[in-house]
Design a protein around this ligand. Structure first.
Ligand SMILES: C[S@@+](CC[C@H](N)C(=O)[O-])C[C@H]1O[C@@H](n2cnc3c(N)ncnc32)[C@H](O)[C@@H]1O
Length: 330
């Protein structure tokens, strides 16, 4: 089931539906705030790039909470502020000049942007983000009347206020102080001592360029799930599943590495995981069915395997089916 407030968005999704033969996809023109009118509940809801455009984002997220099944999960994506600083400067600039959304005004804006100083905070976005691919996209990014962004603390508050509990980041390595350059800076021990929400907030400030946050949320009254735990938990019974967008690089390796694992979704070049020959064999043995204990049955090697599989989790290389470990559906 897909809903959107805009008839033209629904039409373009109808085209994609036909193109890809998605016969079981129902599409409906409906604002997210009125999701209850569907008269249905869902196991999984994906809401990306929408709530930050609503006049009342809380009303939208609460409406989705009301149609999520108790054991369900929601994938949320909203804008993040610091990487979008240049967008907000230019939005203000356009407001001051009274720039409207007619074709000549958008064309003049696109031409003006070509003259923007090379060190302007908009520059990285202008070059890298799909948001600026064409004139319509420029208009959407710079002339959208309703656009707000959430810092990590604001997002966590938003989630909590709307009846959700934070599950995990989609792309968690960029928020973790044990990943990438932050693992070896002098502040690492200070960061490591903070509770996770404070770590995420600090790492967002350190990285300074996040343009969006994507997270998995659960209803806040759902029975607490056992966290992924490699300290004392039943991690040997976890079934690792490799994520799409992961890449095993075997060229131009650092000394001692048999491969470097990266996730193509990440924009940060420091987020890569070098693995040695033994670790690479464990990675290659992941098939989505075997538990970690089955991948490495020699108990004298399992402590070393633990380090690798925890690293794979942090670095967005795998998720785990924990149903065998916890005796629950995953
Ligand atoms: C940037 S697009 C994101 C599309 C898609 N979810 C994605 O991630 O690629 C934003 C979409 O949100 C839709 N939208 C805006 N306000 C909405 C509302 N109140 N209810 C439902 N959809 C809305 C717009 O029509 C547009 O299609």
């Amino acid at each position: 089931m897909g809903i959107d407030v805009s008839a033209s968005s629904i039409r373009s999704t109808e085209r994609l539906k036909r193109k890809h033969g998605l016969d079981n996809l129902e599409l409906l023109q409906l604002p997210v705030e009125r999701a209850a009118e569907l008269g249905r509940s869902f196991e999984q809801i994906i809401c990306t790039g929408v709530l930050h455009h609503l006049p009342d984002p809380d009303a939208g997220l609460k409406a989705l909470r009301d149609v999520l099944l108790p054991a369900g999960a929601l994938h949320l994506m909203v804008y993040a502020p610091y990487g979008r600083a240049g967008v907000y400067l230019l939005q203000d600039y356009c407001r001051r000049l009274g720039i409207g959304a007619t074709t000549p005004e958008i064309q003049a804006l696109a031409r003006t942007l070509q003259a923007i100083p090379p060190d302007h905070p908009l520059m990285p976005l202008l070059h890298n983000a799909p948001d600026f691919g064409d004139e319509a996209a420029i208009a959407d990014a710079l002339l959208h009347p309703c656009d707000r962004a959430y810092s990590v603390p604001q997002l966590l508050r938003f989630i909590e206020d709307c009846g959700f509990a934070f599950g995990r980041w989609i792309g968690q390595a960029e928020y973790l102080p044990q990943c990438g350059v932050l693992a070896s800076v002098p502040h690492h021990p200070l960061l490591a001592r903070l509770p996770p929400p404070e770590q995420y907030a600090a790492v967002e400030l350190f990285r300074g360029s996040m343009i969006r946050h994507s997270a998995v949320l659960y209803p806040n009254d759902r029975p607490p799930r056992a966290p992924i735990d490699f300290e004392g938990g039943p991690w040997l019974d976890y079934v690792p599943i490799r994520l799409p967008d992961t890449l095993t690089v075997t060229e131009r390796l650092p000394p001692g590495a048999a491969a470097v694992l990266i996730n193509r979704k990440s924009i940060y070049t420091d987020l890569y995981l070098p693995v040695n020959a033994q670790q690479k064999r464990w990675v290659d043995a992941i098939d989505g069915r075997k538990t970690i204990a089955e991948i490495e049955s020699d108990s004298t090697l399992q402590a070393a395997a633990r380090v690798l599989f925890e690293g794979l989790w942090w670095y967005d290389q795998v998720v785990f089916d924990t149903s065998e470990a916890t005796g629950t559906a995953s």
